[in-house]
Design a protein around this ligand. Structure first.
Ligand code: S3P
Length: 171
């Protein structure tokens, strides 16, 4: 089954880092959906949000997601990708999906250390406000992420185990 392997999960969950690792071990190409979009629009995602708004970004994201069908590659999606239109259904019908699970506390710790301004959805948030936002948004989005074929908590799962799970799902 040479279908794409999609990584889904909240912002800051490590989709890109893990996607690259999995791709390297499986000797597959790695594609970052956000990066593909940035190359196409010629500006950063926050700039695009400012100029055109979220709705237009979601349309573009959907268009780029659909371009990934039939690619045998590891693809990291944006945190919101599975949560709009029927994207999660499309992901599951066209590939194998992996959800990188974190608790709100872990996401908060990770995102607090990152550049918040790179993520338009989190712009201006810090401290308690950021934690509350993450908890609420995760609760809202979990129903999509949870539909993934494979779910793993990265801290507790060695890469070999993840590859093994992928290969078992592929046969
Ligand atoms: C978003 C997550 C971002 C990016 C955009 C919107 C979201 O990707 O697609 O800023 O709605 O969660 P990452 O999950 O890679 O940060």
């Amino acid at each position: 089954m040479d279908k794409p392997i999609f990584l889904v999960g909240f912002m800051g969950s490590g989709k890109t880092t893990w996607g690259k690792k999995i791709a390297q071990v499986m000797q597959l190409p790695f594609i970052d959906l956000d990066h593909e979009i940035v190359l196409h629009i010629g500006m950063s995602i926050p700039e695009y949000f400012n100029l055109h708004g979220e709705l237009q970004f979601r349309e573009l994201e959907r268009e780029f997601l659909k371009k990934q069908s039939n690619k045998y590659a590891v693809i990291s999606t944006g945190g919101g990708t599975p949560c709009f239109y029927d994207n999660m259904k499309w992901i599951n019908n066209n590939g194998l999906s992996l959800y990188l699970y974190h608790t709100p506390k872990s996401l908060y710790a990770r995102l607090s250390q990152s550049d918040i301004n790179k993520r338009p959805i989190l712009k201006g948030l810090s401290g308690d406000e950021l934690f509350t936002f993450i908890s609420t948004k995760l609760q809202e989005r979990e129903k999509y992420y949870e539909q993934a074929h494979i779910k793993f908590a990265q801290i507790h799962t060695p890469i070999e185990e993840i590859i093994d799970l992928i290969e078992r799902h592929q046969t």
